[in-house]
Design a protein around this ligand. Structure first.
Ligand SMILES: NC(=O)C1=CN([C@@H]2O[C@H](COP(=O)(O)OP(=O)(O)OC[C@H]3O[C@@H](n4cnc5c(N)ncnc54)[C@H](OP(=O)(O)O)[C@@H]3O)[C@@H](O)[C@H]2O)[C@@H](O)CC1
Ligand SMILES: [K+]
Length: 476
């Protein structure tokens, strides 16, 4: 499990560390880790270390101190290091002294480095880059290695509301921060340096691939089709039969349990997936262990009646797409639920539900909806954020955006529904489904060893689900 600690959580953990260690020891550990990564990057990118040019951008705080100490160490390894101080009068005194003692040069212009170290700002960052820093960063062409986090990106929310660093590599000190999963595209390749920080468990976590693979339900020797969970899908309509096909197909692919389909698209569904049992109405459907309701099923009174029937049942229910639109008009349908409810909105559906779009602090927005409605909420995005009513948050970083395509959400809801039916708890099912879904998208985009990824639609994504699950299980 990867933990992402907020600035406050890191601050709480750093006090005992700093009290235990000699002055600057933690900073020197961080700087050593940073210098090691920078040297490796120089070797990979330029074929060597000695004589290569590195520019240190150093702000006024300890983040700048880390970068200057790293610069001093790199000087010792024969790198030509220059430092541009954003606040020359307030640069970290000990780190600047070490840098100068190592014959590092302080400059006033960026020059033409092979690599840049971003030590502008770290955990104490507020808002985007200030104009002086923004102008320097804007003029850079060399790849940037960020100290702790890319400057200008909010450490706790990953929000970017103006100029900010886009790092090729980020070297996190002591603990991962939320920015590292919520804005991973800004961070680039991620390294964690152990500086002896020992924080408590974080409230934001992300499971490792291996954990997802281990937890993925597979048939055991005593299992039959019923014991692995029956998923009920209420999706699709005469107008949108495809949503039913994709959602049902995803539930079929995700686990070995049985899938029942209820709706007007039964003929199309069975044409694609003969193993599915269909019914015209909820009353005829038979027993299931979880429902997925909503994709392409309409928003009229009939849809509302069907949603009510499903929500009155005592099994976990995932509500998606049109189901969310209906729910936004009739939130009272959730009253009295005795089992888990999972809502899987994209940003637009989130706004429909709450009256306002998710704010720059997406974790806070998702937590608030989960707590207010007593449901598990999955907000889709490059970083998918999932919150339980108690505020516990899981995040899945998709790692790519290939799944941004029509019908992709129908596949995701079917996969999570099958995991719910197999008895996986709501938030875990949601993050496992999201992980396998993003993996399937990446696999489909590079299908058959295609060297460069290409755009995909939801159908190849769905076809790649077994490979994605196998891939995750192989990492278990
Ligand atoms: N945790 C640990 O144990 C260890 C932590 N370590 C390191 O310490 C780092 C945190 O250091 P820190 O607290 O000194 O603050 P830091 O982030 O450098 O900011 C400094 C000042 O920058 C300014 N500023 C703010 N926003 C800005 C913006 N948008 N654009 C430009 N400037 C901005 C603002 O000052 P102001 O100008 O407002 O007075 C702020 O006070 C942490 O990330 C890690 O690298 C390691 O040494 C190992 C041990
Ligand atoms: K930084």
């Amino acid at each position: 499990m990867r933990h992402f600690h907020t600035a406050d959580e890191v601050r709480a953990a750093e006090a005992p560390l700093l009290a235990r260690l000699p002055e600057y020891a933690a900073m020197r550990r961080a700087a050593h880790g940073l210098a090691t990564v920078v040297a490796r990057e120089l070797r990979v990118r330029t074929g060597g270390v000695v004589g290569r040019r590195v520019l240190v951008l150093a702000g006024s705080g300890d983040n700048g101190g880390d970068a200057l100490f790293a610069g001093a160490e790199l000087r010792g390894r024969g790198v030509a290091v220059e430092a541009l101080l954003l606040r020359p009068d307030r640069a970290h005194p000990a780190a600047l002294a070490a840098f100068r003692a190592a014959a590092g040069r302080v400059v006033t212009r960026a020059g033409d480095p092979d690599l840049v170290i971003d030590g502008i700002v770290g955990l104490s960052a507020r808002g985007s880059l200030r104009p002086d820093a923004a102008a320097i960063v804007d003029g850079l062409t060399a790849p940037v290695v960020a100290a702790d986090l890319p400057s200008g990106v909010d450490p706790d929310t990953g929000a970017v509301d103006g100029p900010a660093v886009r790092a090729a590599v980020t070297v996190a000190f002591g603990a991962y921060k939320p920015v590292h999963v919520l804005a991973s595209a800004r961070c680039g390749e991620l390294h964690l340096i152990d500086i002896g920080l020992d924080p408590d468990a974080a409230t934001i976590t992300s499971p490792d691939d291996g954990e997802v693979g281990r937890a993925w339900p597979v048939p055991g020797p005593a299992d039959d089709k019923y014991s692995q969970g029956v998923t009920g899908i209420m999706a699709g309509s005469e107008k949108y039969p495809g949503a039913g096909v994709l959602c049902t197909g995803a539930a079929v692919a995700a686990t070995s349990g049985m899938v029942r389909y209820v709706g007007h698209g039964g003929a199309e569904v069975v044409h694609h997936y003969p193993e599915v049992v269909t019914a015209r109405s909820f009353d005829e459907a038979g027993r299931v262990q979880a429902w997925v309701v909503g994709p392409g099923f309409g928003t009229d009174d009939d849809a509302a009646d069907r949603l009510r029937s499903v929500l009155e049942s005592d099994v976990p229910v995932l509500v998606d797409a049109d189901g969310l639109t209906v729910l936004s008009q009739r939130p009272e349908l959730l009253r009295g639920r005795s089992s888990a409810t999972v809502l899987t909105p994209h940003a637009g559906e989130f706004e429909r539900l709450t009256g306002s779009a998710p704010g720059p602090d997406r974790v806070r927005s998702v937590r608030a909806l989960a707590a207010d409605w007593n449901v598990t909420v999955l907000l889709k995005g490059r970083a998918t954020v999932i919150a339980d009513p108690d505020g516990t948050v899981s995040v899945d970083d998709a790692g790519s955006s290939w799944s941004s395509t029509a019908g992709s959400g129908d596949v995701l809801s079917g996969m999570i529904g099958a995991l719910l039916a197999a008895g996986v708890p709501a938030r875990t099912a949601a993050v496992m489904g999201a992980r396998a879904h993003s993996r399937a998208a990446a696999l489909a985009a590079t299908d058959r060893g295609r060297r460069t990824a290409a755009p995909i639609s939801a159908s190849p994504l769905l076809r790649a689900v077994p490979d994605a699950v196998g891939d995750l299980r192989a990492r278990a």
